[in-house]
Design a protein around this ligand. Structure first.
Ligand SMILES: [Fe+2]
Length: 254
């Protein structure tokens, strides 16, 4: 089966539509999402509509958690974005059924923090703290953290949250996908592996292109997709409640 795995879309409809077109061109049969569908970007409703219709499995991200339950570690600027997103989903100009559709979906999502399927584990943050812990390249040097995380899964774990794609081995090695030949990897080469799939809507590895992965049996492909980030930027700048740095960082990919 060809499985597309996306994460951290952050209400960026331009990035999501470009990624969906790429997913379709590759003939993926299913789409899994590792959370942070919304917040930061200008199109939470449109992105949620697609998530509800197209994603076969979705995990709670810390931004959905902030909206539904508690905003852990959110600063004042981040809270402004959460509040604006909440207003969009509560907009009284929308039919009541549409508002209910969004909140019912988010309510269901708030119960799901990980997904295990055979020897694959899917989380938003990390295998030991599925919603909140970040996995960064520098963590490959932290043996205690690597040991702690690898103790929590059997073979392969997929995560998002840090918005920085790459693979982590249990011996403490990190690899960015640009260093793999043609961006592909055979998982059979590894006894265990932690894979950060990067971010669709707000990449932070100095590459502006949307990032996601395709898993085709044992073959893992990191995909980068160009999208019209200038359009997303101008929409963010037109919304006074969204901090301008959320627009600026799309142009820098960081
Ligand atoms: Fe995120």
């Amino acid at each position: 089966m060809r499985l597309a795995i996306v994460s951290d879309i952050h209400s960026n409809i331009e990035a999501l539509e470009a990624v969906l077109a790429d997913i379709e061109s590759l003939g993926c049969e299913r789409i899994y999402c590792l959370g942070d569908i919304i917040d930061y970007g200008p199109n939470p409703r449109e992105v949620l509509d697609i998530a509800i219709e197209r994603f076969d499995m979705t995990i709670l991200g810390n931004h959905e958690e902030a909206l539904m339950l508690v905003a852990e570690d959110f600063n004042e600027r981040a809270m402004r974005s959460v509040e604006w997103t909440r207003e969009q989903l509560n907009d009284p100009a929308m039919p009541r059924e549409q508002r209910q559709k969004y909140w019912n979906y988010l309510d269901e999502l708030s119960k799901k923090r990980h997904h295990q399927q055979g020897d694959l584990l899917f989380v938003h943050g990390s295998p030991r703290k599925p919603t909140h812990e970040y996995v960064f390249p520098k963590d490959s040097l932290d043996q205690a953290k690597i040991r702690g995380m690898f103790a929590k899964f059997d073979r392969f774990c997929f995560c998002g949250h840090s918005h920085i794609p790459g693979i982590y081995s249990e011996t403490g090695k990190y690899g960015h996908p640009k260093n793999f030949p043609s961006g592909e990897l055979d998982l059979r080469r590894f006894r265990k592996l932690l894979v950060n799939i990067g971010s669709v809507g707000q990449p932070r590895d100095h590459d502006t292109r949307a990032c996601y992965v395709v898993l085709d049996n044992s073959k893992l492909m990191f995909r980068r997709v160009e999208y019209d980030y200038e359009k997303t930027i101008s929409k963010i700048l037109a919304i006074p409640k969204l901090p301008t740095f959320l627009a600026e960082r799309l142009k820098l990919g960081k």
